[in-house]
Design a protein. Structure first.
Length: 259
């Protein structure tokens, strides 16, 4: 595995109203937007923090309508060979939801699901002429945490360790909620996994966007038409989080170093 295999490199929102979503997240998270034109495809909106792209925005695909899939955020994980990783997913009990295909000048990607149905995109980026700048891990606007509400938390740790080389960093007993497993990429904590509560309809990944202070962001969130579904609460380490729904029905989370 290369240094970048298993690295989260992008996050993408599929939504039925891209203009409204761009306005909402720009207000709540502080992102700015730019457009990228791709041959034969509609313009793609990029969310930027300090001029650095951290995520994208696209129209909810017509072929997914009526299939019970809500508007959603999906993470992209870098892999050395997307075709091989897709085969590895299938060989280890997962599934390939969209076979590997090329995005001209960007890379090759596939949509995959783990054995319990949690969806991610995997991508082998196209070779670049130059290295693009990256945000500091704790910079406002960056994605500060990646969380899986798994079909089975312990099984998920084993599955993703095998596929992406992630390692179990530690675990926390959360009483009736079960065990929360923290996982690391090259020794650095990047997220957590736990068995999903019974009231969640399906396993899924969710993403925490960093804001400077939480209460002010919550005010922007609610005044912009979103709603809080859990929190605000303080988490181990002293950060504050909130889980929410945007006005179009996509689930997302915020994390801040203080209220």
């Amino acid at each position: 595995m290369s240094e970048t295999h298993g690295k989260f490199i992008w996050c993408e929102l599929m939504t039925p109203d891209t203009a409204a979503a761009a306005k909402f997240y720009s207000s709540v998270v502080g992102w700015t937007t730019s457009e990228m034109k791709m041959e034969g495809m509609p313009p793609y909106t990029i969310f930027e923090a300090n001029g650095i792209g951290v995520g994208g925005l696209m129209e909810f695909p017509a072929e997914l309508e009526g299939k019970g899939i809500p508007p959603n955020w999906t993470g992209y994980v870098c892999v050395d060979d997307v075709d091989q990783s897709a085969r590895d997913y299938a060989a280890n009990g997962g599934s390939v939801r969209r076979p590997p295909e090329d995005i001209p000048t960007i890379g090759r990607f596939a949509v995959v699901a783990d054995p319990h149905g949690a969806v991610l995109c995997i991508m082998t980026p196209a070779p670049m002429d130059k290295t693009w700048p990256e945000l500091a891990p704790d910079a406002p606007g960056n994605i500060g945490w990646h969380e899986l509400y798994a079909g089975n938390g312990k099984d998920a740790v084993s599955f993703y360790s095998k596929l992406f080389g992630w390692t179990k960093d530690s675990e926390m007993d959360m009483g009736p909620m079960g065990v929360y497993y923290l996982f690391a990429y090259h020794g650095k904590q990047i997220g957590g996994m736990m068995t999903k509560p019974d009231n969640m309809p399906m396993p899924f990944w969710c993403y925490y966007f960093i804001v400077p202070t939480l209460d002010a962001a919550i005010e922007r969130l609610t005044s912009g038409g979103g709603k809080v579904v859990h929190g605000p609460i303080e988490v181990p380490g002293g950060s504050w989080i909130v889980q929410a729904m945007d006005p179009q029905g996509a689930f997302f989370c915020l994390v801040a170093p203080k209220r």
